[in-house]
Design a protein around this ligand. Structure first.
Ligand code: GAR
Length: 196
């Protein structure tokens, strides 16, 4: 049985698109049951429409508190009852009210070789640190921001000609291959796998 996944996204949705394409392959080890966004309109929402995946928007600005948003998101996940939630460019920090209401495991993709460069502007951070390597990580989501256990990573060597934009584009291409492969690995290894 494929892993039934629900995707959370906030913007452009290129990782969501890579997941959609991978899930459409024969014998795909995961299926995408729905999308939840925190803003509208956004690229991810348009992709869901095109691919006929059910989508829901919980506009963050419409909630009076972060707790109210967190509770609504947890309720929405419970309503779909997926095996797994996939954060794919989801830019909200989830608080205690979310983790209290949601027992489904969550994965996130982050554009750095965690534990290096948590948070935002990771490509700028990697260049400023004069790192030799940079890349992307798929990790389990815990209340500690970008601090959960790693599932998979992909890396590249930083080139002298890399600017922030060039590096971002090169890492994004890695992300698109990494997330579906990490899910295939997980589906094969069993959903309790904690390989790194
Ligand atoms: C991706 O690079 C993703 O790794 C990053 O946002 C981008 C979303 O692009 N996520 C984070 O920084 C989360 N901390 P996309 O909307 O085209 O997938």
């Amino acid at each position: 049985m494929p892993l039934r996944c629900l995707v959370l996204a906030s913007g452009r949705g290129s990782n969501f698109k890579a997941l959609l394409e991978a899930s459409a392959q024969p014998q795909a080890p995961f299926s995408l049951e729905g999308l939840v966004t925190d803003r509208t309109p956004c690229g991810a929402q348009a992709l869901a429409e095109r691919w006929q995946v059910p989508s829901q928007c919980l506009p963050y600005r419409d909630f009076s508190t972060r707790e109210a948003f967190d509770e609504a998101l947890a309720n929405s996940i419970r309503a779909t009852a997926p095996d797994l939630v996939l954060c794919a460019g989801f830019m909200r920090v989830l608080g205690p009210a979310f983790f209290k209401g949601c027992s489904t495991p969550l994965l996130n993709i982050h554009p750095s070789l965690l534990p290096a460069h948590r948070g935002l502007h990771t490509h700028r951070q990697a260049l400023a640190a004069r790192d030799a390597y940079h890349g992307a990580s798929v990790h389990w989501v815990t209340p500690e921001l970008d601090g959960g256990p790693l599932l998979a990573q992909a890396r590249l060597a930083i080139a002298p000609e890399d600017t922030e934009e060039r590096l971002a584009a090169r890492v994004l291409a890695l992300e698109h291959a990494l997330y579906p492969r990490a899910l295939s690995y997980l589906a094969e290894a069993g959903r309790d796998a904690r390989p790194l």
